[in-house]
Design a protein around this ligand. Structure first.
Ligand SMILES: O=C(O)CCC(=O)C(=O)O
Length: 319
């Protein structure tokens, strides 16, 4: 399949420039592009989940090496819809361990986590062997390779995405626009680290892998919510079906870089914690012209130049 579909719009949309802040500043800016305004109503009172007894080391290693059996229906749904939600990818005890590791990671990095913030960090696996055990797990990498129908995938980056209480919406977007990877064989595994009801802002998906064509002419704005609003309007007008349901513990989603997605605000008193890890088909190259919305991409593909096949030490094959 041919490569990235968004490159031709970079100049039109004023994006043919480099991001100069860090990755959390990128997210802070990005969330200002979401429509919806402030909601001052009361938050749903939810406690942080109780820690569960963690799996013994040998059980965890065995589980993370074991492939998740992707059914023919799930493959077909991913190819048609651009995403799929899969139950029971991780047992609750493993999710509980991953949550503890990421909470401790943010604390060790002395990350401020004020209400209303979208706290993020990435490349955590390069600093923690315990986090790497999940991020580089065959269970996740093979799952993506099977859904993308490719022999092998490499990792682009991991991300902790903590939508703190009262943090607003994530704007409608598709990741092809963001990732400087010249391929359509790119997907993100979104692993919620608690039960995630609608009030907490679960990831929500527009059903249809080709929907990006419907909004291809909508100009991107770097300064206001007009893009998010126009995409919403276009999807409502076309009666696009949106999957915006809750996630059970251990359930994960996988979305293609072509899939349009958004997430609601976190209207609860507990942070919405997620590990989101992106993988791409082995053999893919860097796009000719990475853009402003590619953020700190040189950190994620260190030394890889536009046009070059990606093969760096922080992009290992994980399937
Ligand atoms: O977690 C969110 O709110 C947004 C995440 C996202 O857009 C992604 O993982 O592709």
């Amino acid at each position: 399949m041919s490569g990235n579909v968004s490159q031709s719009h970079a100049a039109r949309d004023g994006l043919d420039t480099a991001w100069t802040g860090d990755n959390n500043e990128w997210w802070d800016w990005y969330l200002t592009l979401a429509d919806g305004g402030a909601d001052d109503g009361p938050l749903l009172d939810l406690a942080e989940p109780d820690a569960l007894p963690e799996p013994p080391a040998d059980e965890l290693s065995a589980l993370l090496a074991e492939t998740y059996p992707v059914s023919a229906e799930q493959r077909a749904a991913f190819a048609r819809d651009g995403f799929v939600k899969l139950p029971g990818v991780l047992p609750p005890a493993a999710v509980s361990r991953l949550r503890r590791l990421l909470v401790e990671h943010l604390a060790a990095e002395q990350r401020d986590r004020p209400a209303g913030r979208f706290t993020s960090d990435e490349l955590m696996w390069t600093r923690s062997g315990e986090i790497a055990q999940f991020v580089l797990a065959r269970r996740l990498g093979r799952l993506v390779a099977d859904l993308l129908d490719v022999a092998d995938v490499r990792i682009y980056h991991d991300n902790v995405l903590a939508k703190e209480p009262a943090c607003g919406r994530t704007p409608w977007h598709f990741d092809d626009h963001h990732f400087p990877i010249d391929s359509q064989q790119v997907a993100t595994v979104w692993v919620p680290l608690q039960q995630t009801p609608r009030e907490m802002g679960p990831l929500s998906f527009a059903r249809g892998v080709d929907l990006h064509r419907l909004v291809d002419d909508v100009p991107f704005s770097t300064t206001d919510a007009s893009y998010d609003r126009a995409v919403s309007r276009a999807f409502a007008g076309a009666e696009v079906s949106v999957e915006d349901g809750p996630f059970e513990l251990g359930e994960v989603s996988v979305h293609s870089s072509l899939c349009f997605h958004t997430a609601g605000p976190n209207r609860t008193t507990a942070p919405r914690m997620v590990l989101a890890t992106t993988y791409f088909a082995d053999g893919a190259a860097v796009v000719p012209r990475p853009t402003l919305v590619s953020g700190e991409w040189q950190q994620f593909l260190p030394g890889a130049q536009p046009g070059e096949v990606i093969d760096t030490p922080v992009n290992p094959v994980v399937s």
